[in-house]
Design a protein around this ligand. Structure first.
Ligand SMILES: [Zn+2]
Length: 417
């Protein structure tokens, strides 16, 4: 993120940050009992799960296979991958543990700060053939990074994060198609949420693993992919990962702040460090290329950004409560209950506000909760079997046909508008 940019709006003061919105809408919070980690309330978990479902749809449809690897592994893995030295052991959570209290058998373990090295262990599970490549392994993995306490900030900068990660093992000739498909998926995903994605090409950093020859090849391949694909990518010189160059996706939010989110990285180093191989058509062992990619980066940070961008008024498909039924008085509760069932059966997230409050105050509360649709039911609606709808934007639609409205809302959810 670019911390230096300030909000350009005059009414900036009215904007709330994700921490405040998270509390008010009962989505998530942090607590000093777990610095840098987030607690997810049921409504926040709805958003988390919807994003998870969408990312699974996008990736499993594209031929990815879902995997999971351990959170705690022996530190030697990160020494082998180069993370221990380049990422910094002080940026990881390391524990010295002994088996059965035998100090002579004490070993250093680490909580994984990224999934990549363990992904190579999945790859090495058995000998691989060229026929299996490209092998696309995705993992929604929980990571721990020892961010400095002064840098921890709500859900934007956390010590425990969940990453929508994937590693693709491919032959060199397959890189273009893979990178190209990943870029398409990123654009589709961000456009769906109303963002205009921009790309940046990040090249070799000063501290890096691998030989210059490796870097030349990796940068050339990625720059070729950018050219062939016809995308405009700005430069981020020296900002590549320590193991390879990358293309990052940036977006601007409603407050014109720029965020770096998705990334695709090309890596010739890790296949070398872990001696990964596949057998080609001639029966010879070859080295695959590893492509790292993430669409959000981290669920926590991404949800924080979305929360501030939408100021809690999430798109319908992400809204924790999609419709609130508001009976005008107690005598309309039965009709409200009947409607509740009709909304629930196609899977719409709906609630009844059955409190003994005035209709106006119930509407105000639903608006504070940024619920997209309020369904007002009173005598008129009950007699005619219709509903009156009020949107969170203040639009009023009286005397609506229930079935038609259900079809409309179902379609909006399915299309993620
Ligand atoms: Zn990776």
């Amino acid at each position: 993120m670019d911390d230096k940019q300030s909000l350009p709006f005059e009414d900036d003061k009215k904007l709330k940050d994700h921490k405040q919105i998270g509390q008010e809408m009962e989505l998530f919070f942090t607590d000093e009992i777990a610095p840098g980690a987030s607690f997810w309330l049921p409504k926040g978990m709805v958003i988390f799960k919807e994003l998870e479902k969408y990312i699974r749809e996008l990736t499993l449809d594209a031929g990815y296979l879902e995997t999971s690897t351990p959170i705690m592994v022996k530190s030697e893995l990160f020494k082998q991958s180069g993370h221990w030295e380049k990422f910094g052991e002080h940026n990881m959570y390391n524990l010295v543990l002994s088996e059965e209290n035998d100090e002579s058998k004490a070993l250093s373990y680490s909580l994984k700060p990224m999934n990549c090295p363990e992904s190579t262990i999945l790859y090495r599970f058995r000998p691989r053939s060229y026929k299996e490549l490209p092998l696309r392994l995705m993992e929604i993995g929980r990571l721990h990074r020892r961010e400095k306490s002064g840098e921890v900030n709500g859900l934007l900068r956390v010590r425990q994060l969940t990453m929508d990660d994937a590693h693709i093992y491919a032959r060199e000739g397959q890189i273009f198609d893979e990178v190209s498909n990943i870029l398409d998926t990123m654009v589709e995903f961000y456009k769906k949420l109303g963002f205009e994605p921009e790309f940046r090409f990040a090249t070799r950093p000063e501290t890096r693993a691998g030989t210059d020859e490796m870097w030349d090849k990796a940068e050339e391949t990625l720059s070729e992919a950018i050219k062939k694909k016809g995308i405009q990518a700005g430069d981020k010189k020296g900002d590549g990962a320590f193991y390879g160059p990358k293309i990052d996706l940036h977006i601007k939010d409603a407050q014109k702040r720029e965020w770096q989110l998705a990334t695709v990285q090309l890596d010739f180093h890790m296949p070398e460090a872990f001696d990964l191989r596949y057998i080609n058509e001639e029966g010879q062992a070859q080295k695959p290329v590893m492509i790292h990619r993430a669409i959000f980066g981290s669920f926590e940070r991404f949800i924080a950004i979305l929360t501030e961008h939408f100021q809690g008024a999430f798109p319908l498909w992400l809204s924790p409560v999609q419709a609130q039924i508001i009976p005008i008085s107690d005598k309309h509760i039965n009709y409200a209950q009947k409607l509740l069932g009709q909304f629930k059966s196609p899977g719409i997230r709906v609630e009844i506000d059955g409190r003994a409050e005035t209709m106006q105050s119930k509407i105000r509360d639903a608006q504070t909760q940024k619920i997209p649709y309020m369904i007002i039911v009173g005598d008129k609606e009950e007699q005619s079997g219709s509903i009156s709808i009020r949107t969170r934007g203040g639009e009023n639609l009286a005397n609506q046909d229930m079935e038609q409205f259900l079809d409309k809302i179902k379609q909006e959810i399915a299309e993620k508008v």
